[in-house]
Design a protein around this ligand. Structure first.
Ligand code: SAM
Length: 215
C-alpha cells in the first residue's frame, strides 16, 4: 500500500476540517495528519478515505467517522506512556491513532475476521499494539489499571467493570444511550469515585457482550 502526496494533502485538508469543527488538541490533530486512514479501508472506498464519514469494514461494522475518532481521543487526554484500553478494534484505525500518540495500547474485538485484518494493517505501519479477541464489555482486568479506556460501540449503560479498571485520574470515554443515538460520556476517577461529564450525541454500532446489547 502506498501513502502518496495526494493522500497526505487530503489528510491535511481533513485536519483543517476537524480544527474548524472544534478539535483543539494538537497531538490528536497531528496523529490524524500522520496515520494513513486509507490503509484501514477496503480498496473500494480508498478515494473517500479522507472524507469525514464512517465506512463499512465488513461483518456489519464500521470504521468511525474521523470527527468521532478525534472527539473521543481528545476526551481521553492521552499522554505518552499511558496505558489505554480500546473496546472495539474494528479496522484498527483508532488503535493506530493512540499508538502514534505514544500510548501503550490494548484493544479488544469480538469479530475475529476484523481482528485478523486489523493486525495485518497495523503491522504494515510497523505498529504492534496488543490486539485481543473477546468480549471487551468486561474490560481487561489482567492489565488494569488503565489511564484511559475508550469504547467505540454504543453501550446501553456504563459497564461497572470498566470504572473499576480505571486508574486514579483515569478517563473512560463511552457512548451511552439507545440503539439509535447515544450521548458521549467521559467518566473520570477522582479520589476513587466516578465523576461523569456529558457531551454531544453520536450514533455508533451496538456494543455486544455481557454489558452490551443482547444479539
Ligand atoms: N475503533 C474502530 C476503528 O477504528 O475502526 C471502529 C469500531 S466499530 C464502530 C465498533 C466495533 O466494536 C466493531 O468492530 C464491533 O465488532 C466491536 N464490538 C462490539 N461489541 C464488542 C464487544 N463486546 N467486545 C469487543 N468488540 C466489540
Amino acid at each position: 500500500m502506498i501513502d502518496s502526496y495526494k493522500h497526505i494533502g487530503l489528510r491535511m485538508a481533513l485536519v483543517e476540517h476537524l480544527r474548524k469543527k472544534g478539535i483543539k488538541d494538537e497531538n490528536v490533530l497531528a496523529a490524524i495528519g500522520a496515520v494513513p486512514r486509507h490503509f484501514f479501508l477496503d480498496s473500494a472506498f480508498e478515494e473517500h478515505a479522507y472524507q469525514d464519514k464512517a465506512f463499512a469494514i465488513g461483518e456489519g461494522q464500521t470504521i468511525s467517522q474521523p470527527y468521532t475518532v478525534a472527539f473521543q481521543t481528545e476526551l481521553l487526554e492521552v499522554k505518552p506512556g499511558d496505558k489505554i484500553l480500546e473496546i472495539g478494534t474494528g479496522s484498527g484505525y483508532q488503535a493506530a491513532i493512540l499508538v502514534y500518540m505514544g500510548a501503550k495500547v490494548f484493544s479488544i474485538e469480538c469479530k475475529r475476521k476484523l481482528l485478523v485484518r486489523a493486525k495485518k494493517t497495523l503491522a504494515l505501519l510497523n505498529m504492534k499494539p496488543t490486539l485481543l479477541f473477546g468480549d471487551g464489555s468486561i474490560g481487561l482486568p489482567s492489565q488494569a489499571p488503565f489511564q484511559g479506556i475508550v469504547v467505540t460501540a454504543a453501550a446501553p449503560a456504563v459497564p461497572p467493570a470498566l470504572i473499576e479498571q480505571l486508574d486514579e485520574g483515569g478517563r473512560l470515554v463511552i457512548p451511552v444511550g439507545s440503539l439509535e443515538q447515544q450521548r458521549m460520556l467521559r467518566i473520570v476517577k477522582k479520589n476513587g469515585k466516578p465523576v461523569v461529564e456529558t457531551f454531544d450525541f453520536f450514533a455508533f454500532v451496538p456494543l455486544t457482550g455481557k454489558f452490551g446489547w443482547k444479539e
